[in-house]
Design a protein around this ligand. Sequence first.
Ligand code: LLP
Length: 443
Amino acid sequence: MIEEVNGMPYPNESYKSCMACSMKEGRLFIEDVPIDKIADAYGTPFYVYSSRAISECFNAYKEALKDIPHIISFAVKANSNLSVLSLLRRVGSGADIVSGGELFRALKAGIKPSKIVYSGVGKTASEIEYALKENILMFNVESFGELKEIARIAKEMGKVASIAMRVNPDVDPKTHPYISTGLSENKFGLSIEDAIEAYKMALSDDALKIVGISCHIGSQLTDISPFIEAFKRLFILIKRIEAIKGIRIRYIDLGGGLGVRYKDEEPPTAFEYVSKIKEALRANNSSITSAFPYTLIFEPGRSICANAGLLVTRALYVKENKGKRFLVVDAAMNDLARPSLYKAYHEIVPVAYRDSSIRYKYDIVGPICETGDFFARARLMREVHPDELLAIMSAGAYGFSMSSNYNSRPRCAEIMVNGDDFKLIRKQETYEDLIKGEFLIYD
Ligand code: LLP
């Protein structure tokens, strides 16, 4: 027996988590482009982003920070498409990178090295060399070993490396354990006492220049209090460090982590978040008067692009197993891993409006040979037929950037919308792309 439920009349509000979506004359639009038009042009599945929404999200940070020196360094890991990065560069963004590959992308997109910060626990020698060669703003150092390695390489290159210690403030960000980074049990950063020790070590090394301090406690935080708690600890530490003769902190990098609405979360806006932080910083540092003595760095990722993007997929089959109704679609966990990996919730909306008050419970699944290949479980939706388009919402961050070729599935296309115009910003991979770089050593 398939459960049928009388639910809210469709369309409900579920498409509204996308900042640029609207339902017009029975069709889902992103900005002024009907989604089905893009599907006709490029096939499915595909990611589509709104340039307007991305710029708006970035500008919200910019507006909140306009009265103090700041750099907003977009976390490239959230969405590393060159067009997304260059759009952000145009509105003033820098980049927070965690690999040589991300540095390469950021530079290709024209992002200035003076706005690039390099985080991550496992920077390799060649990555450090690359970043030094390109004169990035600073390395966020996560261990004593890394500090020594950066100093060694800088010396060899006849360079001075600008560094900040990444501090692990041991605060519970109250988010999914896989994306919590600021607890002492996590692999990230240096404890407060170790950070002080590391600053002292760096001070005596000519190849290192102390320029800042950094902290990132986790992602998808919807409550502001863990941020404030962490940053209070950081600000107290800054006072201790600045008391050491010869050290001046110029950049305070507060990381990223601001959450977004996937379902019914109510995260603070970027403006509220930044205002509260400025307040806390002033309250904890009496040397801050009207002239702000630091440059604040933010590394937002998700809050810039999650709700600016969708993954669009086509229903292939509807099948029933022992009373359960499966909707098999042409996108899979290789395209969007978040539901499989974190049981993350994404709204899923049929692209065409149909007047129906009958609801069915669907497991929405992809073609990959894993039980974990699902986008939603027991999701109430109006009846969906094979060939219909569905939009998976809030997929602009950690969507394509985490996609893979698992099951030898070519990665899908990405499209950017601007008003009533849309452009391909990454074409769908071909079968040939799948074997690029492989050698056939047996004939
Ligand atoms: N800075 C650092 C040092 C980070 O590690 C991260 C994210 C960010 C900034 C950006 O955080 P955001 O503003 O996006 O929260 N794949 C997971 C998220 C992993 C986040 C890792 N670090 C997901 O899909 O939810």
